[in-house]
Design a protein around this ligand. Structure first.
Ligand code: SF4
Ligand code: SF4
Length: 299
């Protein structure tokens, strides 16, 4: 079973559009790489693959990660030990007059370190697991998809990504799928590392700009570090042909393969507005570029 992860150095470079098209091509009998694919949207901070694949949800699970301190007012004796020890200013003191004070915990400011729980002399602080998001298994017209949503302000997107990948793998084994196609998050942070580690291949999508070149270099450092074969695709290459040539040369020097280029075109926006992948709505040169990238990825 092969696992292809599509990532970019920053958001908005077009990797989700490419993943949706790859999903369509993986299911197409005319494709050299046709087969049974399981899709995984690992961009859990800003998932958007569902906008193009219109999933029907089959399973929904809560994702818990870390802890939150909850103060039980009736049990609190007002000693102030939690206020004195919290390094995140999450404990609030309200003076009630006559030397009385009320202590509360702001759960959005709480970092879940547990110091207040440990320091409370009367054990008046509960420390339940924090609900940080949800993950789903859905059916799409191009195969099953595992996706997730991190609660705003929720932490540990890397753990949620790991959960999405683990579920996609189990599903792929159950359905004897040939391919897991992963839409990865942007950047080089924890969520990206969780998305690429152990993958068979990474496709880095970039744009022909100076920042695109820097973003690609950082991502390729990461794939080299984890010893994962990498390929590079410059999206909207014709906006700056000279920069595209430079980026491809840099990619080759960094040991990556060039998976071909994709030109700029309105067909991408048109497909997005229709909630479709580009290769489902466009049969011109832009869709042909995407097909070439797809075919090259298995060479
Ligand atoms: S768990 Fe840590 S961050 Fe949260 S209120 Fe207690 S001491 Fe502060
Ligand atoms: S440490 Fe416990 S008893 Fe003291 S103020 Fe905080 S919650 Fe109340």
């Amino acid at each position: 079973m092969r696992e292809l992860v599509v990532i970019s150095g920053k958001g908005g470079t077009g990797n989700t559009s490419l993943v949706a098209s790859f999903a369509a091509l993986a299911g197409s009998t005319g494709s050299r790489q046709a087969g049974n694919a399981v899709l995984a949207d690992c961009d859990v901070d800003a998932a958007d693959l569902h906008l193009l694949l219109a999933p029907t949800m089959c399973r929904r699970e809560d994702f818990y990660c870390g802890h939150t301190a909850i103060l039980r007012q009736p049990d609190c004796i007002g000693c102030g030990a939690c206020l004195a020890r919290c390094r995140f200013d999450a404990v609030r003191k309200t003076d009630g007059g006559a030397g009385e004070a009320t202590f509360t915990i702001d759960t959005t400011a709480c970092e879940g370190c547990g110091v207040c729980v440990w320091s409370c002399p009367v054990k008046a602080i509960d420390f339940p697991e924090r609900l940080s998001g949800e993950w789903y298994v859905s059916d799409t017209r191009h195969g099953p998809m595992v996706h997730a949503r991190l609660t705003p302000g929720g932490e540990n997107s890397g753990k949620l990504v790991a959960k999405v990948r683990e579920t996609a793998r189990a599903l792929a084994e159950e359905r004897k799928a040939d391919l897991i196609l992963v839409d990865g998050p942007p950047g080089i942070g924890c969520a990206v590392i969780a998305s690429v580690s152990g993958a068979s291949q990474v496709l880095v999508v970039t744009e022909p700009t100076l920042s695109g070149s820097h973003d690609m270099a950082r991502v390729l450092e990461l794939t080299r570090h984890f010893n994962i074969p990498a390929a590079v695709c410059v999206n909207k290459w014709d906006l700056n042909a000279e920069m595209t040539t430079r980026i491809e040369a840099e990619a080759l020097r960094a040991g990556a393969m060039i998976a071909s280029r994709v030109r700029y075109g309105r067909a991408v926006t048109d497909a997005q507005l229709r909630g479709r992948a580009v290769v489902e709505t466009d049969f011109g040169p832009l869709a042909a570029d995407i097909r070439t990238v797809w075919e090259n990825l298995s060479r």
